[in-house]
Design a protein around this ligand. Structure first.
Ligand code: ADP
Length: 369
C-alpha cells in the first residue's frame, strides 16, 4: 500500500523563484500518475520534493498518511530513476543493482537472488558482468530501472527516463514500463514534457504550467473535456485548432467569423448565450474536421497552405480567412497547396473557451477524474 498526497505544496528557490505554486495532488495506491507540462513548469521540482531531494517551502507531503516533509530521502522508501541513468561507471551491472541493498546490509544470498530475479524480469541477465559503458542507451535505462526495483520501494519516481533514447526505443520502453507497472503492482509517478508518453502510460495525468496544476484526470477525460485552452492545446497532436468567433445568436447557437457560420449543439446554448456579441475561442481537433465536396452546415472554408502526407494520414495546414488551422484526413484523396476546400466540423466534439480567462465554457471540463 502506498498513497502519496501533496497538500498545498509550494517551492520557492533562493532568489524568490516560485517554481511550484500551491499544488494539490493525490496519487492513489498502485496508480501510474504522469506529471506533464512544458519545460520549466515545475514538474521535476514537484517530483524531487516527493523524493526528498528538495525541501518543501510550504504545504505537506504524506505517504500513506504519514507526514514526510522532514523525513530524509533514504527513509522514505522511494526509488527514483533519472534521465541520465546515474549508474556508477566503475561498477558492473550486477554491482550497480546490488549497491542499494548492500548499503542496507541485506544478506549476500538475498541480494543475489533479488538481482537475478529482477534482471530476468528486465531481460538483462546476460549483461550482469558488463560495465555500463558497454551497454546501449536502452540497456542502461533498464539497469537504472532494475536498480530501483531490487529495492522493492513503496513508490517509484521517474524523471524523464526516456528522453535520451531514440524515437523507436522510446516507444518500446514506454510499453515495457507500462507492462512493468502492471506486473509490479506498484505506485509510480512519472515526469515528462511529452504528452504522448502521458497519454499512453498514465492512469491519471497532472497537467502543469507555470508551477500550477491546470487539470488532473484520466487521459481520455483530459482529451475530451479540457478545463482550459492550455490543456486543450497541450494534449493531442497536431494540437487542437482555436478559431476566434463571435456568438451571433441570443440563444448562443450561432458562432460567426472569417466567412464561417457554425451551429453549436443545443446543450452549449446556455453557457454561450452569456457571451452574446462577444468573441470566444472555438476549439476543434484536427480529426474532427472532415473534408466535404460542397458546402454543408458547419463547414469551414479554407485555403490549403501545406500538405503533409504521413502515410496513414494527411495533415493539411489551412487558412480560414486570417486564422490558421490544421485538419487530419485519410490518404484516399490528394490535395494541392493553394486550393480552397471545405471542412465540416463535428460540432458534438467542439470546445468553447472564454477569451479572457481561457477557461472552458462547458461544464464537464471542470470535473477532474
Ligand atoms: P520542469 O521539470 O517542469 O522543466 P523544473 O521543476 O526543473 O521544471 O523548474 C521549475 C522552475 O524552477 C524553472 O523556472 C527553473 O528555472 C527553476 N529552478 C529549478 N531548479 C532550480 C534551482 N535549483 N534554483 C533556482 N531555480 C530553479
Amino acid at each position: 500500500m502506498a498513497k502519496v498526497e501533496l497538500r498545498n505544496i509550494s517551492k520557492i528557490y533562493e532568489g524568490g523563484i516560485k517554481a511550484v505554486d500551491d499544488v494539490n495532488i493525490t496519487v492513489e495506491d498502485k496508480e501510474f500518475v504522469v506529471f506533464v507540462g512544458p519545460s520549466g513548469c515545475g514538474k521535476s521540482t514537484t517530483l524531487r520534493m516527493v523524493a526528498g531531494l528538495e525541501d518543501i517551502t510550504e504545504g505537506s507531503l504524506y505517504i500513506d498518511d504519514e507526514k514526510m516533509n522532514d523525513v530524509p530521502p533514504k527513509d522514505r522508501n522511494i526509488a527514483m530513476v533519472f534521465q541520465n541513468y546515474a549508474l556508477y561507471p566503475h561498477m558492473s551491472v550486477y554491482e550497480n543493482m546490488a549497491f542499494g541493498l548492500k548499503i542496507k546490509r541485506v544478506p549476500k544470498a538475498d541480494i543475489d537472488k533479488r538481482v537475478h530475479e529482477v534482471a530476468k524480469i528486465l531481460d538483462i541477465e546476460k549483461f550482469l558482468d558488463r560495465k555500463p559503458r558497454a551497454l546501449s542507451g536502452g540497456q542502461r535505462q533498464r539497469v537504472a530501472v532494475g536498480r530501483a526495483i531490487v529495492r522493492n520501494p513503496k513508490v517509484f519516481l521517474f524523471d524523464e527516463p526516456l528522453s535520451n533514447l531514440d524515437a523507436k526505443l522510446r516507444v518500446q520502453m514506454r510499453a515495457e514500463l507500462s507492462d512493468l507497472h502492471l506486473r509490479l503492482n506498484a505506485t509510480m509517478i512519472y515526469v515528462t514534457h511529452d504528452q504522448v508518453e502521458a497519454m499512453t502510460m498514465a492512469d491519471k495525468i497532472v497537467v502543469m504550467k507555470d508551477g500550477r496544476v491546470q487539470q488532473i484526470g484520466s487521459p481520455l477525460h483530459l482529451y475530451n473535456h479540457p478545463a482550459n485552452k492550455f490543456v486543450a492545446g497541450f494534449i493531442g497532436s497536431p494540437p487542437m485548432n482555436f478559431l476566434s468567433l463571435k456568438v451571433a445568436d441570443k440563444n448562443g447557437l450561432v458562432l460567426a467569423g472569417d466567412g464561417c457560420e457554425l451551429r453549436p449543439p443545443a446543450e452549449c446554448g446556455e453557457p454561450l448565450k452569456t457571451h452574446l456579441n462577444k468573441t470566444v475561442y472555438f476549439g476543434i481537433r484536427p480529426e474532427d474536421l472532415s473534408y466535404v465536396e460542397g458546402s454543408e452546415e458547419n463547414t469551414i472554408s479554407a485555403k490549403i497552405t501545406v500538405v503533409e502526407p504521413l502515410g496513414a494520414d494527411i495533415h493539411l495546414w489551412l487558412l480560414a480567412g486570417t486564422q490558421p488551422l490544421v485538419a487530419r484526413t485519410g490518404p484516399s484523396r490528394s490535395f494541392k497547396v493553394g486550393d480552397t476546400v471545405n471542412f465540416r466540423a463535428d460540432m458534438s466534439k467542439a470546445q468553447f473557451f472564454d477569451r479572457e480567462t481561457e477557461l472552458t465554457l462547458l461544464p464537464a471540463g471542470n470535473t477532474p477524474g
